[in-house]
Design a protein around this ligand. Structure first.
Ligand code: TXA
Ligand code: MG
Length: 307
């Protein structure tokens, strides 16, 4: 794939918004770090973000929106969360809130959780892109997995050239640290970042310590796990199991009849939820451990682990 480098002018922003709208993956500047964006409602596009980064597991992603009003389409803001949003947005703060009933986000973005991390970035380029796109953009940092976060378009190009549709050139990032993440009731600091704890506490009062469920970035222990028992590498269902298939086969739901790992990633959490709602054990067909298959298998192994 040829990665386009787009100038941060009206034409470049229009092109970036158009690429996002057609399921493309576009890196763009925020005041913290460059994000690798995709339409958060489009599971296939979000799967491409994981594929481009080579992420070995599915962690929930931050959803970027143009303003608080749009954030409220996706998340429920009670008084403490609303006060934070009103005071610090736009800015380097991500707020974890409960999903609304009709959020329409891909379950790959939330990794199947019932909450979502939302952020309104302050960088003028991100503001213009989000306003023009007029929809939610899921965006982790725009670096290959395991490498440091990019703060210039050159960093992005060095890491992801040929793996993404475009880079929108917004110059160097001012903050250079990922956003601070806050969430829960009572409010807790989930990740240190570009906005200091002192600044937040000047509005909220003392924050709770993050619980045992949540630690460092990407270390969410509370990942979605089905209630049902899960058996992996199953060729067929046994005694009462529902079969989640892959590739051409007889099964209850199929992650990708065409054996396409991008499609399988996009379907993973939604199909697990659907099967889990039927209160029967779940068997899962073998998934190749290459490309996005590694992240799919990582998540399935966690879902199948004894608990
Ligand atoms: O500054 C930033 O935050 C950058 C720019 C691009 O906005 N983005 C970023 O995204 O750092 P990412 O994907 O690297 O960080 C997302 C982290 C996850 O690892 C997880 O710790 C947390 O956000 N997160 C996302 N959704 C969550 C949720 N529902 N509950 C708790 N934590 C969540
Ligand atoms: Mg990152």
């Amino acid at each position: 794939m040829e990665t386009q480098r787009l100038a941060s002018d009206a034409h470049g922003i229009a092109r970036a918004a158009e690429l996002l709208g057609s399921g493309g993956v576009v890196a763009f500047a925020t005041e913290t770090v460059y994000g690798l964006g995709a339409d958060a409602r489009n599971g296939t596009a979000v799967a491409q973000v994981y594929a481009a980064k080579g992420r070995p597991s599915f962690n929930p992603l931050i959803v970027h929106v143009a303003n608080l009003e749009m954030a409220q389409r996706f998340g429920v803001f009670d008084a403490p969360h609303l006060a934070l949003a009103q005071h610090f947005w736009p800015g380097p703060l991500s707020i974890v809130v409960t999903l609304t009933a009709n959020h329409g986000l891909s379950s790959l973005v939330t990794a199947g959780l019932s909450t979502v991390a939302l952020r309104v970035p302050a960088h003028p380029q991100a503001q213009r892109l989000l306003a023009q796109f007029n929809g939610p953009v899921a965006a982790p940092s725009a670096n290959p997995s395991g490498r440091i976060s990019p703060t210039t378009p050159e960093h992005v190009m060095a890491g992801l050239w040929g793996r993404i549709d475009a880079v929108l050139d917004g110059g160097p990032c001012a903050v250079g640290l990922e956003s601070t993440i806050i969430g829960g009731t009572p409010l807790a600091l989930l990740r240190q970042g570009g906005l200091s704890q002192e600044d937040i506490e000047s509005i909220t009062g003392p924050l709770a310590a993050a619980g045992p469920d949540i630690t460092a970035p990407g270390q969410l222990a509370s990942h979605y796990a089905p209630r049902a028992a899960i058996r992996l590498d199953a060729e067929a269902a046994q005694g009462g199991e529902l079969l989640l298939g892959f590739g051409s086969m007889d099964c209850d739901l199929n992650l990708s009849p065409a054996s396409n790992l991008t499609e399988a990633a996009a379907n993973l959490f939604a199909q697990l939820h659907t099967l889990d709602a039927q209160n029967r054990p779940i068997a899962v067909a073998p998934i190749p451990d290459t490309g996005l298959g590694a992240a799919i298998n990582d998540r399935l192994k966690r879902a199948a682990a004894p608990r």
